[in-house]
Design a binder for this molecule. Structure first.
Ligand code: P6P
Length: 334
């Protein structure tokens, strides 16, 4: 029996050959840096609960080495395995105040990778799913090596050439898009490979779940409160349930599979929204649109926002056409 096992590298190469026959395979090589790094992160996340047992105190382990927090480990792993691809010139991370330049590739590197190495990491202590989110941008080569680095990073989301996430949940799944649909790969730990499990994922036009932190809802602008009441009252023709994990990757992964809407609106404590534009909202919005969904900040398309700073925040409303368009209509009338 021939097993129909397709790894993410094979899938990328086949997609690239189909769409760009003369593709150099550079993108596939870049993505293999992410798959390798996230397999290492997955192994660390899986054993996080054991840290306390394996003779590790909060600060040091049995060898007296300083115990690093998982998000620091995840960040260092991604920096290492993306930094050695040979075609990544700049990396920007939620964990680093400033972009990290790969000096060896600063002049000729064609890619910028922006990522949140371990989003939702505060949930690890209670064994809730967390994730790695990444966004891949192209950059003009810079023979002088003197161009302003931030200019290469602060690109609007519609310029992403690919984006994806890894959700470390009951199984570890890589979900990515590179311009021809959204594809999901499940890690088979027995062979250490991400295998195609969800080809061409499509977000349902309407679902039955809304997802927001209800504790903040008193501080949502009035139109959002009216929208939630609208959903709860059955006005959209369906009975809605509320689900909120508090980990963006997990909440979005469910929305991608089942439809509905995830909302992080402006709140009293975060009037400009809490989620980060470059390494949370943009990659999530790119995936949502590639899967037939919508993503907005309440005024316009997330992917059209021109960034002004690396860690800027934005409201994020993402989900199926029916729910997002209904919300946008209510906001427009506000
Ligand atoms: P709140 C996790 O800290 C995170 O950045 C996202 O993963 C998640 O969607 C959001 O914040 C949760 O925020 O305010 O509801 O705890």
């Amino acid at each position: 029996m021939t097993l129909q096992l397709l790894t993410v590298q094979q899938h990328i190469l086949e997609e690239q050959r189909r769409r760009y026959p003369d593709a150099s395979g550079e993108f596939s090589w870049l993505l293999s840096g992410i798959t390798l790094a996230t397999k290492i992160v997955a192994a660390q996340v899986r054993r996080a609960g054991l840290a306390g047992i394996l003779g590790v105190t909060r600060e040091t382990n049995v060898q007296g080495e300083t115990v690093q927090k998982l998000d620091v480990i995840a960040n260092q792993t991604l920096l290492q395995f993306l930094g050695n691809r040979g075609n990544v010139a700049i990396m920007a991370s939620e964990e680093n105040e400033d972009p990290v330049i790969v000096e060896r590739d600063r002049k000729l590197g064609k890619y910028v990778v922006v990522f949140d190495p371990l989003d939702g990491s505060s949930n690890i202590d209670v064994n809730v799913s967390v994730g790695t989110i990444f966004s891949i941008l192209r950059r003009e080569q810079d023979p002088t090596g003197k161009r302003d680095v931030l200019a290469d990073v602060l690109q609007p989301g519609y310029r992403q050439v690919a984006a994806g996430y890894v959700v470390y949940g009951s199984s570890t799944m890589l979900v990515y898009a590179a311009g021809s649909g959204v594809h999901g790969f499940t890690l088979d730990p027995s062979i250490g490979a991400y295998l195609l499990s969800h080809e061409n994922m499509r977000m349902p036009a309407q679902g039955t779940i809304y997802s927001c932190n209800e504790a903040n809802s008193e501080g949502f602008p009035a139109a959002y409160q009216r929208f939630l009441h609208h959903l709860r009252s059955g006005a959209l023709g369906r009975k809605y349930s509320s689900r909120y994990i508090g980990s963006l990757v997990a909440d979005f992964h469910r929305t991608l599979l089942k439809g509905g809407i995830f909302l992080y609106p402006p709140t009293a404590s975060h009037p400009k929204g809490k989620l980060r534009l470059l390494y949370e909202a943009n990659p999530i919005a790119y995936l949502a649109e590639q899967a037939g969904g919508l993503a907005t900040d309440g005024r316009g398309r997330i992917l059209d926002i021109v960034p002004t700073s690396l860690h800027q925040r934005t409201p994020l409303l993402v989900g199926g056409e029916e729910e997002v368009e209904t919300l946008m209509d209510m906001l427009a009338k506000d």
